[in-house]
Design a protein around this ligand. Structure first.
Ligand code: TMP
Ligand code: ASP
Length: 236
């Protein structure tokens, strides 16, 4: 597979064309950002860890019948994926209150939610990814009702699959963010699944094993990502 011209750069990844027009190459960077890019740093090896962790999550989900853009990992930082027409909606799945929902609704972090919460945001950093609902989605024609049905069903299925998988590794899946896109007429999962896009808490101590360590200046960010990888690779 040949790496061809550079396509675009996001906050954590760069995309390149390949010699197959249906496939793209993703390069995971060490850049860490928070608050829509206001806070920035370089975290050595973050890209390598997120590439490997995304590979593990995507492979697991594919095995369970979830369609994703993942094809294979090519190198330490590179992953081959199916080219998607991105649907500009961030889909957030929450099991336990944390982060923005705690602030917005005045509920304590760590409070279990009686029912899984799904939220949608418009993918637009300049506008700080504003929360939207189905009315906005259809009014702006961001996705069709049939596509939203697939997105919601898939997001909830991913939650049902990842919660027990992570629990076995001593990790509580607090919340996570997904992105979807269109590929050959189908809506499939895109982007990444990593401690950048999920909240992972240690089951015993409640210790944060995700990007909140960076957002909140807690230190030990990369150590936490490494710990997640160690557990997923079957270490004890
Ligand atoms: P929030 O509580 O800040 O809304 O975040 C909810 C989840 O979404 C959390 O797991 C982190 C993830 N997330 C992203 O992946 N990208 C983002 O830009 C934001 C704001 C959150
Ligand atoms: N990814 C977002 C940013 O880079 C926000 C976040 O993850 O907290 O600003």
């Amino acid at each position: 597979m040949e790496k061809k011209e550079f396509l675009y750069e996001g906050k954590a990844k760069k995309m390149y064309r390949t010699d197959d027009h249906a496939l793209l190459l993703v390069e995971f960077k060490d850049d860490a950002t928070a608050f829509d890019g206001e806070k920035k740093d370089q975290l050595t090896d973050k890209g390598i860890l997120n590439n490997r962790l995304s590979e593990i999550f995507f492979s697991f989900l594919e095995k369970k019948g979830v369609k994703t853009h993942y094809v294979k990992r090519l190198s330490e930082r590179e992953m081959l994926v199916k080219a998607l027409e991105i649907i500009p909606i961030e889909v957030i799945v929450r099991n336990i209150a944390a982060g923005s929902i705690s602030k917005r609704l005045g509920i304590p972090e760590g409070m279990a939610l009686k029912k899984t919460v799904l939220e949608f945001s418009l993918k637009n950093d300049d506008l700080h990814d504003p929360m939207i609902n189905h009315y906005h989605i259809y009014a702006l024609d961001l996705a069709k009702p049939e596509e939203m049905a697939v997105i919601e069903k898939t997001a909830l299925k991913i939650n049902e699959l990842l919660q027990p998988y992570l629990k076995e590794k001593g990790i509580v899946l607090v919340d996570f963010k997904l992105e979807f896109g269109r590929h050959k007429g189908e809506v499939i999962l895109g982007d990444e699944i990593s401690p950048d896009t999920c909240r992972f808490w240690d089951s015993g101590s409640g210790e944060k094993l995700d990007k909140d360590r960076f957002r909140r200046d807690m230190g030990g960010v990369i150590e936490a990502y490494r710990e997640v990888l160690r557990r997923l690779e079957g270490g004890t």
